[in-house]
Every structure is written in structure tokens, then in C-alpha cells.
Design a protein around this ligand. Structure first.
Ligand code: DGT
Ligand code: CA
Ligand code: CA
Length: 586
């Protein structure tokens, strides 16, 4: 499947166009990249079956870009892209991954200092040459070195949400094979870790040879590291590796338990087996030579006296003790979310109208959606001012009146017949440097709820940053703090905040903390979610969608919540609308 390759090229072309300071093109190419990335069907198949016109149905793809896709499918390259690369021959992907470095700076660094890759960048940052360039302040050398350090640390790992669509696609292909009896993810991907080193897949097959052949010849495969009847390792075009293991049916459960990990969890479970006079390994649970379990994972855990443990919490961080005590949490489920509270609309430059966002939410089975557009401080994001928010309120009221009423009278609540779906209006107001926000209180008070987030001045020192956020939390009109620690995985560290203090104030003020589902944010992270839960602070799992296709990211946020041991009752948007509204301060 070429979808991810094409998306990657479009993203890079957008960056190159931005270097050239060409208006509009970067935007158009990025939009198309998002659409291509989110397309579940194989784009090459779409093209082969339905032709060029069908490519234009992909969100964000118009005639011109459809032609580029066609060119890539037919010739394996896009000439325009090759030309752009030749003009500025830099390792764009790596350089872009450094926090604070964008296309225009990359161009400048290349032209002035001949910087082509991370190594060059590091050298020139150390020598102090960069600080002398126009637009790069005194501290830029140090900031760049910090950024490079971060990129190095994350080397070779991939964001879960970035690779999952292509992994799911491969799994689907394999599961369709007549000679494949079982197929499932294992390893960190099954545990839904934030980043993945390599993807582990387990299979049971009637014909291991055929499966190994098929897998190593997938169109996604660019390199076969090793190939046998028990294990095949490949590199995919997107750059990540997959380990496929073919397992005998009677050991499938034990192999799944073993290869799901984590390693630390395995060491602990094996120790428990030993204490019971048993042996646990990837082939089964044994008493002496006798195999007493192996076929299913449930059997394995039962045999060693534990309740089955959800993969997301298998990190040896208390789950074994909880399983022994019969006190495993009942994790919030992947179907428990009743609505997404952090969604942007075309009002602030998002991709879709409020109505389209609502329609997409209805299709996801939601009962409500919160529209939370940016506010005026963020001018580049076309943030709304007070007047626009009040206009938007009118439009939302109108849309709400258009949703169907339930047919039966049992849906009557407090004398009012509730409609089946409702849009609630929020906004994502900016927490300014002094902790105030950029929308007046009287307008905030007229919205259904208010999100506040830090979008500037993220490098503030700890005490000041904590006070800044706390001041916003004490604003009686603010209900939710978005992406509370401001990190970008593999790109930017968390802000300096005193999280314990934030929790104390959250508990006291009833503020809800967001678990942002965006694959590069996943903010709060697992340990903070666990702390919040223990402190009795409520959380909301939101996608921060700027396009309806992002709504599907909710599963990564739910996974994150589960990894933080969150239960349904900890998550406000797992509640019906009436209960949800009760959590807001109005
Ligand atoms: P990754 O790939 O770095 O994101 O993380 P994992 O957890 O997928 O690790 P990976 O692919 O090296 O191995 C898959 C699973 O196999 C791992 O979660 C637990 C199990 N495993 C691997 N090596 C060992 C080991 O030395 N001891 C034990 N007990 N289990 C291991
Ligand atoms: Ca792995
Ligand atoms: Ca592996």
C-alpha cells in the first residue's frame, strides 16, 4: 500500500514550497497529505479500479494533486518532488524533527552554512555560527542542541498513531488468507505504547511456508531481514520493521502472553509461576514435563493464579499485585466515549463546517460533540473573538434544532424532550503569560463549557508556569485544561510544571484535565493520568480534531487513558450529556 509513502512526499513537498515562500501550496499539499494518510483503502487499488476521478474524492485532493498521485503510481516518482529535492538537498525529515526548526530556517541554514543534516546542524550549533544568523537569537544554539538530543533519544521509534493504520491494513490482508487461522498483534503495539520500536505479529497457519512467502512479498516490504518457517522479519516502506512469528496452535496463548510483554511484566509472571512450582515460557505453562496451559492467554493467567490482565497495563507497575488481590481496575473501554469535546471547525480554519463535524460525530455513534475553536490570540489559527463566538452560538442553536427528536416519550428529561444528538459550544481559549485568557468573562459565561490551553511561552520557568496555569484553573468560567503539559512526543519536552500542585487545585476547583489523543501529544501521559485518578481529578479524552478524519484518533487517547489505569467514571465524556454538563462550572 503506497498511501503512507505518498502522504510523506506531500508533506515534504509542502515543506519545500514553504521554503520557496509560495503561498497556499504548502497548505494544499499538507491538506492532501492528511487526506491520503487517513484513507483506509489502498490508493493504488482505488486508482486502478476507478481511475483518476476517484483520486479526487480523497479529502483534500484536487485535480492537480490527483495527477501527482497518478504519476507516482505509474512511474514510482514525482518529478516536481525530485526537482525540489535537488534544489535543496537536505535531510528534510530529520531537520524538521528538531523543535523550532522549520522549512524557512532549513533553507537559510543550507544557503548560509551548507547545513544538510543533523550532524552538520549539531556542529554549527556548537561552534556558535548559528547564533550569528538573522532570525536565530542568542539562545538558538543551545535550543537546537537540546532539540537534537531529543531527536537522538527517539531514534528508530515510531509514533503509534502514525504507523497503526498501515499495520492494521497488513493484518487485514493476512487475516484474509485461507491458510491463516489466527493473526494478532503482540509487543508494544498491542500494549498501545506511545512509540513503537518494531511491530510484532503472531500467526497460526496451516501452511507456514505459504504465509512466510506471502508476508515477505507484501507490496509494503522493502527488505527481508530473515525468513524462516517460524519467523519472518521485514522492513516496510514506511521505515518500521515487522516481526512475524508463526506459532503452533497449542502454544498460541503462551506465545501471545510472552511476545506481548512487556519484558518486565514477563519476568514478574514467570517468577509467580516458579513460586507455584510451575514453568512459564513462550511454549506454555508446565508442571514438570506436563503442559497445563498454552492455547489461550486466559488459560495462561488462570494457570498461574491471576486474572487476565489487559495488555495496556502489562508494565509491571502494580498490575500483578492488583491481579493477585483481585483489584484490577475496570479500564475505560474503547466504546465508552459518548462525545468528543475538543473539536475545531472551519470557523477557526479547521477543515470542516460545524455541521460536517457533527455529522461525523453522529456516524461515530456519539451523543454529542463539543466545538472548541481557537480564540483571537492565535491569529495564525484564525482564532475567534467575542463577537464571532456569539454568532457561532446562534448557528449552533440553529443546528441543534435540526436534529431529530426521539420518537418515544421516555426520552423526556425534566419536561423537555431531548434530541438524539447535541452540539455543545466551547472554545479553546489561550492562557496568556499572566494566566489570564483572551476572551472576556461575560462571553465565556454564555458558552456551554470552556477549554483553556497554553499555546505560547512554553519555556517559562517552573514556578511561573505552574502559577500561570493555576490562575486559569481558578477562573470560574474555565472547565477543561487542554494538553496540560504541552509536550510533543519525540519533538518537545513537557513544560516545567509542578503537576502535584496542579492536581491539588484541579481537585479543589473541579477542573477537568484533558487526555489529548493526537498521536504526537498523548498529553496527559500515563503516569500523570494515574496520579490524576488517584487524586480524584476528572479527565476528558479528546481528539483536538482540526478535520473530521482526526475524530478516529480517539482510540489512541483511550489507550493512553487505559495505560494510566483510568476507569469509566474518571472520564467525564464517557457520561451521558446530562451528567457531563453537571461537571461544567455553569
Ligand atoms: P518495542 O518493540 O521496543 O516497542 O517493544 P516490545 O515490547 O514490542 O519489545 P520487543 O519487540 O523487543 O519484544 C516483544 C516482546 O517479547 C516483549 O515485549 C517481551 C518479549 N521479550 C523480548 N525479549 C525478552 C526477554 O529477553 N525476556 C523476556 N522475558 N521477554 C522478552
Ligand atoms: Ca516490538
Ligand atoms: Ca520484536
Amino acid at each position: 500500500m503506497k498511501n503512507l509513502e505518498i502522504a510523506k512526499i506531500f508533506y515534504e513537498m509542502a515543506d519545500y514550497f514553504e521554503m520557496e515562500e509560495i503561498d497556499f501550496k504548502p497548505f494544499a499539499y499538507r491538506k492532501a497529505a492528511v487526506g491520503v494518510e487517513a484513507t483506509k483503502e489502498d490508493i493504488e487499488e482505488i486508482y486502478k479500479k476507478w481511475g483518476l476521478k476517484a483520486l479526487e474524492e480523497i479529502p483534500g485532493v484536487g485535480k492537480n494533486l490527483a495527477l501527482k498521485i497518478e504519476e507516482y503510481i505509474k512511474t514510482g516518482k514525482i518529478l516536481r518532488y525530485e526537482r525540489l529535492k535537488k534544489e535543496t538537498p537536505v535531510d528534510l525529515e530529520k531537520l524538521m524533527s528538531v523543535d523550532g526548526i522549520g522549512p524557512r530556517k532549513i533553507k537559510q541554514l543550507y544557503q548560509k552554512l551548507k547545513i544538510k543534516n543533523l550532524k552538520d546542524l549539531e556542529k554549527k550549533a556548537k561552534s556558535g555560527e548559528i547564533a550569528g544568523l538573522e532570525g536565530f537569537g542568542e539562545k538558538s544554539g543551545k535550543n537546537i542542541l537540546d532539540g537534537i538530543e531529543f531527536v537522538k533519544k527517539s531514534k528508530g521509534r515510531f509514533l503509534l498513531g502514525k504507523i497503526m493504520p498501515s499495520v492494521e491494513d497488513i493484518l487485514k490482508k493476512l487475516s484474509g488468507l485461507e491458510y491463516v487461522l489466527e493473526i494478532t498483534m503482540a509487543g508494544s503495539a498491542r500494549r498501545m505504547r506511545e512509540t513503537i520500536g518494531d511491530v510484532d505479529i503472531l500467526a497460526v497457519s496451516k501452511n507456514p511456508k505459504k504465509l512466510a512467502d506471502f508476508f515477505s512479498a507484501l507490496p509494503e516490504t522493502v527488505k527481508v531481514w530473515s525468513k524462516g518457517l517460524k519467523r519472518v522479519s521485514i522492513r516496510t516502506k514506511s521505515g518500521f520493521d515487522i516481526d512475524l512469528r508463526i506459532i503452533p496452535e497449542k502454544s498460541f496463548g503462551s506465545a501471545l502472553q510472552y511476545f506481548t510483554g512487556s519484558k518486565e511484566h514477563n519476568i514478574a509472571t514467570r517468577r509467580i509461576a516458579i513460586e507455584k512450582g510451575l514453568k512459564l515460557n513462550e511454549y506454555g505453562v508446565f508442571r514438570g514435563k506436563k503442559m497445563i496451559a498454552g492455547k489461550t492467554e486466559q488459560d495462561i493467567y488462570r494457570a498461574i493464579g491471576l486474572a487476565w490482565i489487559p495488555p495496556e497495563i502489562r508494565e509491571n507497575s502494580g498490575e500483578i499485585e492488583a491481579a493477585i488481590a483481585g483489584k484490577l481496575p475496570e479500564l475505560v473501554g474503547y466504546d465508552d466515549i459518548k462525545g468528543d469535546l475538543h473539536c475545531h471547525s472551519s470557523w477557526d480554519g479547521g477543515e470542516n463546517s460545524i455541521e460536517q463535524m457533527a455529522q461525523a460525530a453522529i456516524e461515530m455513534g456519539y451523543e454529542y460533540i463539543g466545538i472548541s475553536d481557537h480564540t483571537k490570540f492565535l491569529r495564525i489559527e484564525q482564532g475567534l473573538d467575542e463577537k464571532q463566538l456569539l454568532l457561532q452560538k446562534k448557528e449552533i442553536e440553529k443546528l441543534n434544532n435540526s436534529f431529530p427528536l426521539p420518537s418515544h416519550s421516555s426520552a423526556e428529561v425534566g419536561g423537555e424532550r431531548r434530541r438524539k444528538f447535541r452540539i455543545i459550544q466551547g472554545c479553546e481559549t489561550n492562557i496568556l503569560a499572566d494566566g489570564s485568557v483572551d476572551i472576556s468573562d461575560d462571553v465565556l459565561a454564555q458558552l456551554d463549557f470552556v477549554i483553556a490551553g497554553v499555546h505560547s511561552g512554553l519555556k517559562m520557568e517552573k514556578e511561573k508556569m505552574t502559577e500561570r496555569i493555576i490562575k486559569a484553573m481558578r477562573n470560574p468560567n474555565i472547565d477543561i485544561i487542554s494538553h496540560p503539559t504541552g509536550r510533543l512526543i519525540q519533538e518537545r519536552d513537557e513544560c516545567q510544571i509542578d503537576f502535584d500542585k496542579i492536581l491539588m487545585v484541579a481537585k479543589e476547583t473541579g477542573i477537568i484535565l484533558e487526555i489529548n489523543s493526537s498521536p504526537d501529544r498523548l498529553d496527559l501521559k500515563d503516569i500523570n493520568i494515574r496520579k490524576a485518578k488517584e487524586a480524584g481529578v476528572k479527565m476528558a479524552i479528546n481528539t483536538d480534531s482540526h478535520d473530521k478524519i482526526h475524530l478516529g484518533n480517539i482510540k489512541y487517547g483511550i489507550a493512553q487513558a487505559r495505560r494510566g489505569w483510568a476507569e469509566k467514571e474518571d472520564i467525564v465524556n464517557s457520561q451521558k450529556l446530562n451528567n457531563l454538563l453537571g461537571y461544567f462550572k455553569r
